[in-house]
Ligand binder design. Structure first.
Ligand code: FAD
Length: 302
């Protein structure tokens, strides 16, 4: 059996595996796609100490760093079941069952898509999901935010301080965000809020140049010119496969304590799949290291 099995090969998992391997304990890492979300990211400018890089480049150096250690990397393998017996068992999609004294879950999350024409086509070419990451790319330009929940309104307030103008598009007749956020939003001079509207298409040529939406009560179609669209309709953790035994929030995020421990002894979690409030590369790496040290501490006591 493994001492530590890491499920997920993004920034959190890579960091966790390197930290446990450096303790000289037997470490394995299972990844459906090594690199995780950064494989879909073009420019990264907030990975501190690296002024600017690209996702696939950062993923390649993560992999190089992991391979520098005696870590059993099982790439292109998907975990489908977890069971705590004497050891923790992880069953893979291919039927193999791996056993480990401790497991660190780092399966990340995915942004919910609006699923309109132009969204996939213009990803990284004006369509963005993370205001902390991509907000500055739109300095002085006009953008839209799709989604009027807390994350959408937080994004709109954040972006309003950087860009020329923000249009918020909400499908329902009212915003769902907390009223303090709404008050703050409505106090800003460069924000327009459109409610009861359905996004129809994100338009562009080589990059985004506008958005088309339908007013749901009049069925009138309208177009606005802008340079960027932030989709903020939810971040879904990749935790459905865990079943009922691992404690999760209403949103599906794994609940962890300050050592990355879950409700199951020997089971730890890190990164975007957990209830950490902010989802970023640097934060995921820190939490991977933290969970690895938590798991090591668990192993020397059990
Ligand atoms: P992930 O990166 O999501 O990795 C999860 C890993 O788990 C992957 O290897 C995946 O294949 C694997 N996995 C999932 N389910 C299973 C399973 N059942 N079995 C086996 N493996 C599984 N952050 C920044 O700090 N700066 C940026 O500029 C930035 N830009 C971004 C741009 C885009 C388009 C996106 C989508 C995100 C961006 N982020 C950015 C966010 C950042 O990428 C994430 O916070 C970070 O990747 C989270 O790391 P993670 O390891 O927790 O999860």
């Amino acid at each position: 059996p493994f001492d530590v099995l890491v499920v997920g090969g993004g920034p959190a998992g890579a960091s966790a595996a390197i930290y446990t391997a450096r303790k000289g304990i037997r470490t394995g890492i299972i990844a459906e796609r090594f690199g995780g979300q950064i494989m879909d990211t073009m420019s990264i400018e907030n990975f501190i100490s690296v002024k600017s890089t690209e996702g696939p480049k950062l993923a390649a150096s993560l992999e190089e760093h992991v391979k520098d250690y005696d870590i059993d990397v099982m790439n292109l393998q998907r975990a489908k079941r977890l069971e705590k017996k004497d050891l923790i068992e992880i069953e893979l999609e291919n039927g193999a069952v791996l056993k480990s004294k401790a497991v660190i879950l780092s399966t990340g999350a995915r942004w919910r898509n609006v699923g309109v024409p132009g969204e996939a086509e213009f990803k990284n070419k004006g369509v963005a999901y993370c205001p902390h990451c991509d907000g500055p790319l739109f300095a002085g330009k006009k953008v839209a935010v799709i989604g009027g929940g807390n994350s959408g309104i937080e994004a709109a307030i954040d972006l309003a301080g950087i860009v020329e103008h923000v249009t918020v598009l909400e499908f329902n007749p009212e915003l769902k965000a907390d009223s303090v956020l709404q008050d703050r939003l409505y106090s800003l001079p460069n924000v327009t809020v459109l409610m009861n509207v359905q996004t129809k298409e994100i338009t562009g040529t080589d990059k985004v140049n506008g958005i088309t939406y339908v007013e749901r009560d009049t069925e009138e179609e309208k177009h606005i010119e802008l340079a960027g669209v932030f989709v903020q309709i939810g971040l879904v953790p990749n935790t459905d496969w865990l079943g009922e035994t691992v404690e999760r929030t209403r949103m599906g995020e794994i609940v962890v304590d300050n050592r990355g421990a879950t409700n199951i002894p020997g089971l730890f979690a890190a990164g975007d799949c957990t209830n950490t409030p902010y989802k970023q590369i640097i934060i995921s790496m820190g939490s991977g290291a933290n969970a690895a040290l938590g798991a090591f501490d668990y192993l020397i006591r059990n």
